[in-house]
Design a binder for this molecule. Structure first.
Ligand code: ZN
Length: 199
């Protein structure tokens, strides 16, 4: 028996595909040659907030839009094999990654694998069967939004597999207004160097 969510997703997809048209002929490399690294938050729709159509750009998403090793893996593939030439790192206000830290998360997971609730006294877990495995992960939380953008742009900029001539722009998205706000310190940290100076 199909869940309501699954039914709705498949119905939406049938409607989408019925009008697919020329999008079936799109090439694999992103036509507008850029990539966006952003948070998985459900309120963010990069296609809408950045004006993307199918085939335009790479969008890499994870919790926080953090420059994790895996996000960098995708960015490296994005330029090396698929030709992107400019990158955006876009975090956002009211991010869930500001609501916990590594100790809290691993304690909650050690307590149970159920969904915890966020109360006025912080995170609460009903308990049951948990796992200690959470203690081995870095959850990449942050406390200062602008600093998290600066840190991630700087990490990508300094990565040995990232060429110096790709500019990296740092922004956050304001969930109250829908606007992108530039973090100028991040964009400065992400400035491209001419290929001649790179090295
Ligand atoms: Zn977020």
């Amino acid at each position: 028996e199909m869940s309501d969510v699954k039914k709705a997703v498949l119905a939406a997809n049938a409607a989408y595909a019925s009008d697919f048209g020329a999008r079936g002929e799109l090439g694999l490399p992103p036509a507008r040659r850029f990539a966006v690294l952003t948070c998985m938050d459900a309120r963010l729709d990069p296609a809408k907030y950045a004006g993307l159509r199918e085939g335009d750009a790479h969008v890499i998403r994870n919790a926080g839009g953090r420059a994790s090793d895996d996000a960098i893996r995708s960015l490296v593939i994005s330029y090396k094999l698929l030709g992107t030439r400019e990158w955006f790192v876009i975090h956002h206000t009211d991010c869930g990654m500001q609501l916990f830290d590594d100790a809290t998360m691993s304690d909650l997971l050690a307590s149970s694998l159920r969904t915890a609730s966020y109360t006025t006294e912080g995170w609460k877990d009903e308990g049951g069967m948990g796992s200690e495995e959470g203690r081995y992960l870095r959850w990449l939380t942050f406390t200062d939004l602008e600093k998290s953008v600066v840190d991630d742009v700087a990490r990508i900029r300094k990565h040995p597999l990232v060429p110096a001539d790709i500019p990296i722009y740092g922004y956050y998205y304001d969930v109250r207004t829908g606007r992108l706000v530039e973090v100028s310190e991040a964009t400065r940290a992400g400035q491209a160097k001419l290929q001649a100076e790179a090295g």
